[in-house]
Design a protein around this ligand. Structure first.
Ligand code: ARG
Ligand code: GLU
Length: 725
């Protein structure tokens, strides 16, 4: 073929790729979740995408950056401060656990919502924390100083851990705040975060499930979406406005670093950014590891959870008490289950494993050349050998986790282990009795949300699946108990649930009330405990050591692989994988047109939710008052063209942990609260496709409408700063 013919072809290809990543309006999607302290390096691009404020307002070290308004909420969500008195906005599903602990059949927050009418009515949430990020610093040189890049990770780990502890202490002493150091880029960089953690957090507002969880698992991970997924909390501080242990005398935390809320709306194509704490992504892994996600972990989890969810749903629909007990647990299990289905689909549609393989071919070419470090050329081969030798162990472990340990009764065996170690303590009989009673009382929280008949059915279902899929590698006690019951799963389950003390708080308390040191034989003989103990030994002897060795090896290889990928393409700006630290991601507001022919708009409205109402379905009930507000068009100042905007999608690269994150406009004002991604794009934890990846936010106007008109908690709006421009 002549040069002349080749060129246009190449051009057409480039053009095709270009149009793929651009939409009709010429908006280019932005992959990446950036460290706020490095955001200056994105300034030009952010400005071109539409940012209208200096990046110094996003992050700075004078205490006036938006980083001071975006907090880690609990252990895995994001929240944002929206008033000078510590009012905090996050997702309904992030506040769900706290609300559940405060809720009962009589005071059913899920059915009726909760709205404090003044500060005194705000409800303490023991154990809940909120962490502010004051400053970040790159400490790579100090952490890695004198550490050999080629040393294996097991020996590096000890050295690095020591240095981290010392450095954290040093930072804490000099700042009088907390300090945490974490690895970035698979251990090629280290950053310290200077933080403040508040421990008195109170529930302020919680919409009923008919708003906050509307659509439930049916609409979860989906666009279009109609969920008012928000809740309100308040941060309380001691008399000195600093973090303090929870106490009635604490005062709302005072700050001038809070977000203004823009109620003027937005349009398709507008700039948006999400500021928050994404948990885990793996954008740079090899095809071998991605293959394990795609062929082992995801499919096994999906298979087991489908069965478990069927059982739970059956019991929950039959009994309101079981519903309340299992609703939060169910949401958690179903969440992963659905996400992984979207992930498998997205990886498949995009041929991501093949794309990785193609990249690996060019990587190998570079690695074999003279500009690459010597070690680069063996990396992929080693990863491949490692990965293929572990598949079988990985499968077995995944079944253990998703079948055996997914049975609550077996999991509870761990509690007997704890009791046994208490009984081995060399203490007086009185002290022992006291300790055991306390330990038993501590289990009340678990049993409040436990239903033995439900769990028994889960046992039958998941144990059957495990026996079919792992017939040749059954732990001995499982095999033995099964044979004792003449291979009848049901009979086995009946006996087990009748004889184990782990099925109820009462049985455990009864034991604890008169326990003496030599009663440990009763615990050791507990049939459910025996299964737990047997599984523990079986795993420790047959699976865990191999997996551990594999993980350490891969971490080493991946660290060098990451380093090499960065060396190979020194012009590209790399962002580190998510690690539950503060990040900024940006893009544009944009509808979704996944596989056609349907094209989904960038926004939904209250009217769309009302149209979906189904009073016979738990997930699609609309509160009567909300229906009335809609019918009478009583929208107050939140009306836009005879309706209220509800949720919207944008092309921001978010992940789990970004729940509750502020979605900001080009001026850094809050326009929504991020809560989900579209099903088509959940593979963005491994591969970001601008055509399919969308983050979903609840519109701040819907949030305010619900607070004011449905919740009757308009007093809260007085402390917020609402702007239209
Ligand atoms: N998918 C969202 C996330 O990963 C929301 C989960 C809660 N909602 C639900 N219906 N389970 O957290
Ligand atoms: N719902 C997710 C969370 O809990 C956020 C959605 C996502 O994974 O993108 O963080």
């Amino acid at each position: 073929m002549s040069q002349k013919r080749k060129l246009p072809l190449l051009l057409t290809k480039c053009l095709m790729i270009f149009t793929l990543i651009c939409n009709q309006e010429g908006v280019i999607a932005k992959e990446g979740m950036w460290i706020p302290a490095t955001i200056k390096s994105r300034e030009k691009d952010m400005k071109e995408t539409g940012l209208q404020i200096p990046v110094e307002l996003l992050y700075n070290e004078n205490g006036t950056g938006i980083n001071n308004s975006v907090v880690l909420f609990g252990k895995g969500c994001t929240g944002e401060i929206i008033s000078g008195s510590g009012l905090l906005l996050t997702n309904h599903h992030c506040g769900y656990g706290s609300a559940q602990r405060l809720s009962s059949e009589k005071k059913d927050f899920f059915a009726n919502g909760f709205w404090a009418q003044n500060l005194q009515e705000e409800l303490p949430c023991p154990g809940l924390t909120v962490t502010f990020i004051r400053k970040m610093e790159n400490v790579t040189n100090r952490v890695l100083e004198g550490i050999n890049e080629m040393d294996n990770d097991a020996s590096r780990d000890t050295l690095i851990a020591k240095k981290i502890t010392a450095l954290e202490k040093e930072y804490a002493a000099s700042t009088h705040l907390d300090a945490q150091i974490k690895p970035y880029f698979t251990g090629n960089q280290y950053w310290v975060a200077i933080t403040e953690t508040f421990k008195d957090i109170r529930l302020v507002g919680f919409p009923p499930n008919g708003v906050g969880a509307f659509g439930g698992d049916d609409e979860n991970w989906m666009w279009p979406r109609h969920t008012g997924d928000f809740s309100l909390f308040r941060v309380y501080a001691g008399a000195d406005n600093k973090p303090a242990e929870a106490a009635a005398a604490n005062k709302p935390y005072q700050t001038n670093q809070f977000l203004s809320l823009n109620i003027g709306g937005y349009k398709e194509g507008d700039f948006s950014m999400v500021y928050g704490f994404p948990g885990t992504t793996m954008e740079y892994i090899s095809s071998f590891e991605l293959n394990q996600v795609y062929n082992i972990n995801d499919p096994i989890s999906i298979q087991a959870r489908t069965k478990k969810l069927d059982v739970w749903t059956r019991h929950m629909t039959q009994n309101r008490e079981t519903f309340i007990k299992y609703t939060a647990k169910r949401a958690g299990v179903a969440n992963g289950w659905k996400k992984w289905q979207g992930e498998v689909l997205g990886l498949k549609v995009n041929n991501v494993i093949k794309k990785k393989q193609d990249f690996e071919t060019s990587f190998q070419k570079w690695a074999d050349g003279s500009s690459a470090p010597q070690y680069a050329s063996f990396l992929l081969r080693k990863m491949n050998t490692n990965a293929s030798s572990i598949d079988d162990f990985m499968k077995r472990d995944q079944y253990v986790k998703e079948c055996l340990l997914a049975i609550e009764l077996i999991q509870q065996g761990a509690e007997i282990d704890k009791l046994l170690s208490l009984m081995r303590l060399n203490i007086s009989a009185d002290a022992l009795s006291d300790t055991i009673k306390k330990a038993a009382d501590g289990l009340a929280g678990f049993y409040k949300n436990y239903d033995a008949p439900t769990d028994k059915d889960v046992f039958i279902t998941l144990m059957s699946l495990y026996f079919i899929t792992n017939a040749n590698t059954l732990p001995p006690k499982f095999q033995a108990q099964y044979l004792d019951h003449k291979q009848d799963m049901k009979a086995w389950a009946e006996d087990l649930f009748k004889n184990s003390i782990l099925t109820s708080a009462d049985k455990i308390k009864e034991f604890a009330a008169k326990a003496k040191a030599n009663d440990s034989s009763i615990l050791l003989a507990d049939p459910a405990y025996q299964l737990f103990a047997d599984l523990k030994t079986y795993r420790a002897e047959n699976i865990t050591p191999r997996l551990k060795e594999y993980t350490t090896n891969m971490r080493y290889l991946n660290r060098l692989y990451m380093h090499s990928q960065m060396a190979m393409d020194s012009k590209r700006s790399f962002y580190p994988d998510a690690n539950l630290t503060q990040r900024i991601t940006y893009g544009n507001i944009k509808g979704l047109d996944p596989d056609g022919p349907a094209k989904y708009s960038f926004q939904t409205k209250l009217g769309d939710a009302i149209a979906l109402e189904d009073s016979t379905s738990e997930n699609f009930k609309v509160p009567a008052k909300l229906k009335h507000l809609y019918k009478t068009k009583d929208f107050g100042r939140w009306a836009v063209n005879g309706d209220v905007p509800l949720a919207f999608v944008a092309m921001n690269h978010t992940s789990g942990g970004n729940s509750g994150s502020p979605t900001l406009n080009s001026k850094g004002q809050l326009i929504g609260t991020n809560f989900d991604r579209a099903y088509e794009g959940t593979m963005s934890d491994y591969y970001f496709d601008p055509n399919r990846c969308r983050n979903i936010s609840v519109d701040i106007r819907y949030t305010l409408f619900i607070i004011e008109k449905l919740g009757g908690a308009g007093w809260l709006l007085n402390e917020m700063k609402l702007v239209r421009k």
